[in-house]
Every structure is written in structure tokens, then in C-alpha cells.
Design a protein around this ligand. Structure first.
Ligand SMILES: [Mg+2]
Length: 213
């Protein structure tokens, strides 16, 4: 175990990240359901609130970063219905598999693990940028995080840049035609509605800003 510096996220901070993500989801449960009722089946808020609450109930069981993230991912797969559970679950499980048996992550290590998670999500969802999905928020956020790392920026600035990019990506889903999931059945009628999964995805970065702020 190396020395903890201000650039590292400890396992306690990562657990706090997941706890705050659950809190933001809970606060926005009705909003997410409203978004999903417009172009989906109106269950995204309830599903995510149930799943993230289950994640919180297991946070104290892990002693390493990989175990923490893998457990969180498996919990989301088993408790969140629809397509969101497997996609969020894959994101966190693949992220955990990429970190190894450690108790802290540097900014660069966090970004690298998140990239592995996003690659896994994209493979699982067979989704690409512009399909009006979670990827439209997550991919630009991670690109911003990578750019911060390349520039030598540290937390919390790197998290703030990622959160801003996630929000911009989320907002950019509104004019798109959905090409994946239930919303794709609506075709052009999906235009003018924000993607619920992109909306909930931004909360991952809002939660990171809260942890580091
Ligand atoms: Mg739904």
C-alpha cells in the first residue's frame, strides 16, 4: 500500500461515492420516472432507487476497491430491472476488475478503471455515441476526465470537468432519435425528450464532486 496523497481516492471515499450516488438517485427518483414515462416504461426512478439502496446496504462488506466495485455491480444487476441494471452493473463490475486488489486509486487509475467499465457497458449494450443512451453522458465525461489527467489536473477539478461534460452530454440527448431500448420503438417521437439513463449517469459524476468537494 502506497502513501495516500490528495490525488488518491481511498476505498472509504469510493464507498462514499456510491452512497452519495444512491442519495442523488433517491432525491431525483420522481424526476427520473417522469423522464422515463415520456419515452420508456416509467420505472427508471424506482428501479435505480431500489438498486442503489441495495448497493449501500453492502458497502461495508468489502476491504478492497475491486471487491467494493464488483459487489456494487453485481448488486445492481440483481436488483435493478430492465436494461439499466445490467448496464450499470457491467460498468461497475468491469471497473472493479480493472483496479486490482488495492485500497486507493489515483486520478489516473480511477480514469483507467472507469474506461474499462465504459468499454464493458458499450460491449454489453451494443451502444454507440449518439444512440440516446447512458453512453452519451458517460463517454464525454470520461473524455474530460482523461483530458484532465493528461493535463496533470487533480481532484476536485478533474471531477468538476467530468461532471460538466456529463451534463452537456445528457442535455444533448434531448434532440436525438433513440436507437436503443424501448425508446427506439417511438422513432421520431423520441425527439425532444431527455434520455433517463443519461440523466441518472450524470449523478455518478455529481456524486464524485460531492465526495471531493
Ligand atoms: Mg424503463
Amino acid at each position: 500500500m502506497g502513501t495516500v496523497t490528495s490525488t488518491d481516492l481511498t476505498i472509504d471515499q469510493l464507498a462514499d461515492w456510491l452512497r452519495r450516488f444512491a442519495g442523488i438517485v433517491e432525491q431525483n427518483k420522481s424526476y427520473l420516472t417522469d423522464l422515463d414515462s415520456a419515452i420508456g416504461d416509467a420505472d427508471h426512478g424506482a428501479n435505480m432507487a431500489r438498486g442503489t439502496a441495495a448497493v449501500v446496504s453492502h458497502l461495508d462488506e468489502a476491504n478492497t476497491v475491486d471487491a467494493l466495485l464488483k459487489k456494487a455491480g453485481m448488486t445492481l444487476v440483481s436488483t435493478v430491472g430492465g436494461t439499466s441494471g445490467p448496464l450499470y452493473g457491467t460498468l461497475l463490475m468491469k471497473m472493479g476488475m480493472a483496479t486490482g486488489n488495492v485500497t486507493q486509486l489515483s486520478t489516473a487509475e480511477f480514469a483507467r478503471a472507469f474506461r474499462a467499465g465504459l468499454d464493458g457497458l458499450i460491449a454489453r449494450g451494443k451502444t454507440e455515441l449518439g444512440d440516446k443512451t447512458m453512453v452519451d453522458a458517460l463517454a464525454p465525461a470520461l473524455d474530460a476526465l482523461d483530458a484532465s489527467v493528461a493535463d496533470g489536473a487533480q481532484w476536485p477539478d478533474a471531477a468538476a470537468a467530468a461532471a460538466a461534460a456529463a451534463a452537456a452530454g445528457r442535455d444533448a440527448t434531448t434532440p436525438l432519435i433513440a436507437r436503443k431500448g424501448r425508446a427506439s420503438y417511438l422513432g421520431e417521437r423520441s425527439i425532444g425528450h431527455m434520455d433517463p439513463g443519461a440523466a441518472s449517469s450524470t449523478y455518478l459524476f455529481d456524486a464524485l464532486v460531492e465526495v471531493l468537494g
